[in-house]
Ligand binder design. Structure first.
Ligand code: PEP
Length: 242
């Protein structure tokens, strides 16, 4: 299983160092991968500090061009150069605040996989989509192109993150997570695709065990509750014996 921390635009180098110092004591359950995704400014340092620990360091996004005039963006080669072997793509905050579309997310995924970066690809519906009964249609739109091209690519993991549950403290109910993960699983199966699926959206140590116990949930993509080492450890503890 995977616990992936999306650190968004949090942490200075001092805070990063403190996290990695404390992470030396992490007790990681067998077969669990710990991933953190810090800001680009911290990627190199995080990779250096992660050496000899059980933590992998991913980027938060990856541009589709190899290089060029794209101010504020990071290429796959630059991510590799910082020492990371993976990246998030399609996070809802990118889609919501930076106008990323299904098309640009797809291009980013293509570039990342071309460079052999592992990808956690995020999908999820907005509250209005769910209220209008459009959750599945939205997910299908987000998935259809990437499934066609990457169906047999084991270096792509999906993260289902209902937008209304991200950073809001509102977690989807266990039934909502189960039903949507089941729908995604059958959609993937229909397309001969066996990606693993993470859940994300206000995951906390007090709800993670129940969510991660669902057979379709392969772990979590976690924002707020992944920032502090103690809370990260508490998330890992939820996966003991699962
Ligand atoms: C996220 O950033 O992907 C996320 C799920 O955030 P939070 O856990 O804070 O809702």
């Amino acid at each position: 299983m995977i616990v992936a921390g999306n650190w968004k635009m949090f942490k200075t180098s001092k805070e990063l160092k403190e996290f990695f110092r404390l992470s030396k004591e992490f007790k990681v359950p067998t077969n669990v991968r710990c991933i953190v995704a810090p800001s680009p400014t911290l990627l190199t340092l995080a990779n250096q500090l992660s050496e000899g620990t059980s933590i992998e360091v991913f980027a938060q996004n990856c541009h589709w061009e190899e290089q060029g005039a794209f101010t504020g963006e990071t290429s796959a080669a630059q991510i590799l150069d910082c020492g990371s072997k993976g990246t998030l793509i399609g996070h809802s905050e990118r889609r919501q605040y930076f106008a990323e579309s299904n098309e640009t997310c797809f291009k980013r995924l293509q570039a990342a996989r071309k460079a052999d970066l592992e990808v956690i690809f995020c999908v999820g519906e907005q509250l209005k989509d769910r209220e209008q009964g459009k959750t599945e249609a939205v997910l299908e739109e987000q998935l259809k192109d990437i499934v066609k091209e990457f169906r047999s690519d084991s270096k792509v993991t999906l993260a289902y993150e209902p937008v209304w549950a991200i950073g809001t403290g509102v977690t989807a109910t266990v039934e909502q997570v189960r039903d949507t993960h089941n729908w995604i699983r059958s959609y993937l199966e229909k397309n001969d695709c066996a990606w693993k699926i993470l859940y994300g959206g206000s995951v906390k140590p007090n709800n993670f065990k129940e969510l991660a116990s669902l057979p379709e949930v392969f772990g979590g993509l976690v924002g707020g509750a992944s920032l502090e080492a103690a809370s990260f450890q508490a998330l890992l503890d939820c996966l003991t014996d699962l």
